[in-house]
Design a protein around this ligand. Structure first.
Ligand SMILES: Cc1cc2nc3c(=O)[nH]c(=O)nc-3n(C[C@H](O)[C@H](O)[C@H](O)COP(=O)(O)O)c2cc1C
Length: 334
């Protein structure tokens, strides 16, 4: 079978990447996705049961997870490096060292400048995929030597820049701006989303929320159930000042936004957030009162399957969806 350039680059069967998710994407999910022919990605706090601030412990916990993935699969996988700013970069520095020492096949690098770790990772043989939210950032990442860029649209779950560009507009802008492969995410949950992403110019697709609601994900059952029950406009963007997060609507989002509106100070917001964080939802199951990062695609999610079923279902239905699309395009000279 011939492979497209993302599959070539990452040595995978399907151009489907499970996006990293804090407290959610641990070794079992990563291995399940990689074993099914996609690329699984370990996220921050994989396999963890409490919040730790110690840099060494954080890095060594990630090393344990990397080794655990290798007991479940011999297929390629990735680790997320959240670069961060200022003092927070001590964590990404340590994770980068662990990724290099453990010879992890790929790194998904987010939240920061692309020129910081790319050279070191590439010299060690790790493929570098850098997350961006504008075409300008994509060009910068390409100039820094990354192997591929990942664009995350405004529909995406989790934190992103302040640009608000949607997958529909951002993907073709980035595809026009760079020559390296483009992976796109934000709002993709099934074969229709995959086809649409590829029509927009993507070489690969990036899915977070859909993989969060699977049997192997480390997300708490209360969170998975809340997403299955959610429908229509069930997410909202929450402005954290330096970034926007997309979250499932609940009491946390209501109160946080209310505090923001009524002029709460950054310290007050940080304190409130720390007491109602993703640890509280994803690990402790406080699905109503804590933050649940989640994309708009939640409205399309109505089951909790094994992760491999998601990939199989995309692979098995894509031809049918493609034919349906061609049918709808009658009238155009295709
Ligand atoms: C629960 C959750 C946690 C996330 N945590 C991270 C993270 O730690 N690092 C990161 O780079 N992106 C993180 N993201 C963003 C995802 O990697 C990805 O961009 C997003 O899920 C894609 O959009 P989708 O949710 O519509 O599939 C997170 C997303 C979710 C839903």
């Amino acid at each position: 079978m011939t492979k497209n350039r993302i599959c070539e680059l990452l040595n995978i069967q399907y151009p489907i990447i499970q996006a990293p998710m804090n407290w959610v994407s641990g070794a079992a999910l990563v291995a399940a996705v990689s074993n099914a022919g996609g690329l699984g990605t370990l996220g921050p706090n994989s396999g963890a049961d409490k919040i730790v601030e110690d840099v060494e412990i954080t890095g060594e916990r990630m090393r344990e997870q990397i080794r655990k993935v290798r007991t479940f699969t011999d297929k390629p996988f990735a680790v997320n490096i959240v670069i961060g700013f200022g003092d927070a970069m001590k964590y990404s520095e340590k994770i980068t060292r662990v990724v290099i020492e453990e010879k992890v096949p790929a790194a998904i690098v987010s939240v920061g400048r692309p020129d910081i770790y790319t050279g070191r990772l590439k010299s060690a043989g790790t493929k570098v995929l850098h997350a961006v939210s504008t075409a300008r950032h994509a060009k910068k990442a390409e100039a820094s030597g990354v192997d591929a860029v990942i664009c995350e649209g405004y529909e995406s779950g989790g934190h992103k820049g302040l640009t608000e560009l949607t997958t529909f507009t951002l993907t073709p802008m980035v595809a026009d701006a760079v020559k390296i492969p483009v992976v796109t995410g934000g709002g993709i949950g099934d074969a229709r989303g995959v086809l649409a992403a590829m029509a927009l110019g993507a070489d690969g697709i990036y899915m977070g929320s859909r993989f969060m609601v699977t049997r192997e994900s480390e997300s708490h059952e209360n969170v998975k159930k809340a997403i299955v029950q959610a429908e229509n406009a069930c997410t909202v963007s929450v402005n954290k000042g330096f970034m926007i997060a997309r979250d499932l609507k609940n009491r946390f989002t209501e109160e946080f936004r209310q505090m923001h509106k009524s002029g709460a100070s950054p310290e007050e917001l940080t304190k409130y957030h720390a007491a109602h964080s993703q640890y509280h939802s994803q690990h402790l199951g406080e699905a109503e009162t804590a933050e649940i990062c989640c994309g708009q695609v939640a409205g399309l999610i109505d089951d909790i399957p094994e992760a491999r079923k998601i990939i199989e279902s995309i692979a098995n239905t894509i031809q049918k969806r493609f034919e349906e699309m061609k049918n709808r395009m009658k009238g155009f000279p295709v």
